[in-house]
Design a protein around this ligand. Structure first.
Ligand code: PMM
Length: 321
């Protein structure tokens, strides 16, 4: 998992555990496409977060604004009121918490409340104050590839070469973040599956994950229950299967993304992905050179045994093109 050791903004356990991490989704929203409204109440959201931890989530991503295609924006006070109580309570319960927001003020308040990571699906483009907050707080930061808010994003699915274009636009975000004082040690990149990417644009990004990983910063992948999986699994009538029927396909993506060396996957259903990342770690370890200290991670102990070659490579920031 190249670059992960350098993610010093995160607690050590989330930096180089020898396997891909599983981020469990806690949507405190009435209208997310995948689980709309199920955890809208703060008590239900906290209980759900704790359940995901029990299933093996390494961190919990708390969000208060739906990014489903076509969604309207939520007023900032409403978003803050949704996420902060949940962040506080999950942090108090000992969880590593990330806040899924594009707003600098919400990110700052969540970090004050104990969040260790800001997950910004806009990569700093939605709020010009975001990069400064990330620089000032020193929190870890996911910069996702993004071209516009949910109400317009599908119209931005136009690429000459989706892999090259996404890598280039992410690299531009890294440059902007550096200019604002954000350190590379804080940054995780995400290709933004489903965001300004309908259907076919998502598959090349997955197939070429090793290139994004090799660019040198840790990578997060969020394929969970997304439309392109629904279309892939469509029956004879051509209708996409509903979000809740996409979890097995999500776990398959987790296994393949973990084999490609991503730092973390963001998923709604944690148990299958928690198994999948351990399968991938064992697989990678068995391919390590004979005589190396390759090992595997066990579910029972959540042991963090380093996985052979996964720990070896740490390209410099110049690797990020
Ligand atoms: N996808 C969603 C929300 N947040 N964050 C990151 N970093 N990457 C993603 O792919 C991503 C995200 C949309 O899914 P949801 O509405 O079910 O949370």
């Amino acid at each position: 998992m190249p670059g992960v050791e350098r993610l010093t903004a995160l607690p050590a356990a989330l930096r180089a555990p020898g396997r891909t991490l599983v981020m469990g989704v806690v949507n405190v929203t009435p209208d997310s496409f995948s689980d709309g409204g199920r955890w809208f109440d703060a008590d239900a959201a906290v209980a759900h977060g704790l359940e995901l931890l029990g299933q093996g989530a390494d961190l919990l991503d708390v969000g208060g604004e739906s990014t489903r295609p076509g969604a309207a924006r939520v007023p900032v006070d409403e978003e803050r009121g949704r996420v902060l109580p949940v962040v506080r309570r999950l942090v108090a319960a000992g969880a590593a918490v990330s806040v899924d927001t594009t707003r600098a003020s919400v990110a700052e308040a969540a970090v004050d409340a104990g969040a260790v990571l800001v997950n910004d699906v806009s990569g700093g483009m939605a709020d010009p104050g975001m990069a400064a907050v990330v620089a000032r707080t020193g929190a870890a930061y996911v910069a996702m590839h993004w071209r516009g808010h949910a109400d317009v994003m599908d119209a931005h699915d136009r690429y000459d070469d989706v892999v090259a274009d996404v890598r280039r636009e992410l690299a531009e975000r890294v440059v902007a973040l550096r200019r604002a004082g954000v350190r590379d040690e804080q940054v995780v990149l995400d290709p933004g599956l489903g965001f300004a990417k309908t259907g076919a644009s998502n598959w090349p990004l997955l197939a070429h994950l090793p290139e994004l990983v090799a660019d040198g910063l840790p990578v997060l992948v969020g394929a969970s229950r997304k439309r392109f999986l629904g279309h892939l699994l469509a029956g004879a009538d051509g209708r996409p299967v509903p979000p809740a029927a996409r979890d097995h396909a999500t776990a398959a993506v987790t296994a393949l993304a973990a084999a490609a060396g991503v730092w973390a996957v963001r998923v709604h259903e944690v148990a299958a992905s928690a198994d999948a990342v351990r399968v991938a770690a064992a697989w990678r370890a068995a391919g390590a050179p004979p005589g190396s200290t390759a090992g595997t991670t066990t579910k029972a102990g959540r042991a963090t045994v380093r996985v052979g070659h996964a720990a070896g490579r740490t390209p410099g920031p110049e690797g990020v093109r």
